[in-house]
Design a binder for this molecule. Sequence first.
Ligand code: F3S
Ligand code: F3S
Length: 105
Amino acid sequence: TYVIAQPCVDVMDKACIEECPVDCIYEGGRMLYIQPDECVDCGACEPVCPVEAIYYEDDLPQQWSDYTRVNAEFFTELGSPGGAAKTGPLAVDHPVVAALPPQPA
Ligand code: F3S
Ligand code: F3S
């Protein structure tokens, strides 16, 4: 799966949303999250992010290695909604993200 990492926090450019053919990029309160079971690894989102927040999971920089878990755990209760258009903005964040000071730090 692809993963959104910390550079998205408090930026939320959303260019990535337009590129995703399966609408699996969901809007939280301070960043966006990729639903790992819905992502088809097409990679279309990665080059359009202006702050380079998106990585294939195996290519995540070490300092953001937590974000594979952060993206996955965001969907623990939500499950697999089958498209972000159905849920709309969710206005909540993973605890790791919620605890961050205003970004960029
Ligand atoms: Fe975030 Fe980049 Fe998308 S800042 S919303 S991952 S385009
Ligand atoms: Fe969508 Fe990016 Fe995955 S465009 S399918 S989230 S690689």
